[in-house]
Ligand binder design. Structure first.
Ligand code: AMP
Length: 212
């Protein structure tokens, strides 16, 4: 059934999601992507969300939950890989209730364990394809051809507006204050796997696949 990737910004959740989605038939549901899509529409809601994301703080659960519920209902038949959701206890509880309504359940939650110094290096080297959202690290996982997306051939690889040192500090702080406590919540339920996210990309994938 469904999986959750929990971890601080730039821990590799997005990259591992892309690998898993290619290998297996998961629907990748990233709430960060849902919010960025809303921003791209230029709506009033999108403008408010843009400010929130640029400050590195969490968006309102009410808005995120609404977007999430709609997306889950649109992919009812699929196993879903949740990336960046839940990020707070109230979201974890909301997720349980929506999954129950849709006759689903969480199979496993992966906690990406990594220290803050490493995250900064990753964030400063991270670029994303503007066309398809593929994520690269210019040092450890660069595109095969400089400036060209391996996945879709797009030539618009950009740094995210919230990938700066200052915003990262705020995002890491919200992670430890609001999201990290979810680790115990899922541990007590017996569905948590801690992944060593400092390992190489392939090794992290192996750690995940081993327990699927
Ligand atoms: P991400 O792409 O997952 O790093 O998310 C980028 C930003 O979107 C975060 O720093 C938050 O501001 C916002 N965001 C993404 N997911 C959530 C969520 N589940 N709850 C609240 N805010 C979120």
């Amino acid at each position: 059934m469904h999986l959750v990737f929990l971890g601080p910004p730039a821990c590799g959740k997005g990259t591992q999601s892309a690998i898993l989605v290619q290998k297996y038939d998961y629907y990748h549901l990233s709430t960060g992507d849902l919010l960025r899509q809303e921003i791209a529409t230029g709506s009033e809601l999108g403008q408010a969300l843009k400010q929130t994301i640029e400050q590195g703080v969490l968006g309102s659960s009410e808005i995120v939950n609404q977007l999430l519920k709609k997306d889950i209902e649109n992919h009812r038949q699929m196993s879903i890989l949740f990336d960046g959701y839940p990020r707070k206890m109230d979201q974890a509880i909301f997720l349980d209730s929506v999954l129950k309504e849709n006759k689903g359940a969480l199979k496993r939650v992966f906690y990406f364990d990594i220290n803050a110094d490493e995250l900064l290096q990753r964030v400063l080297n991270r670029v994303t394809c503007n066309a398809c959202g593929a994520v690269y690290n210019l040092q450890t996982n660069p595109p095969k051809e400089d400036g060209v997306c391996d996945n879709c051939g797009g030539r618009d690889l950009v740094r995210r507006g919230d990938d700066t040192e200052e915003v990262l500090k705020s995002r890491i702080q919200s992670f430890y204050e609001e999201t990290a406590p979810l680790k115990d919540f899922y541990q007590e339920r017996g569905i948590l796997t801690v992944v060593n996210a400092r390992a190489s990309l392939d090794e992290v994938t192996k750690q995940i696949i081993n327990v699927l």
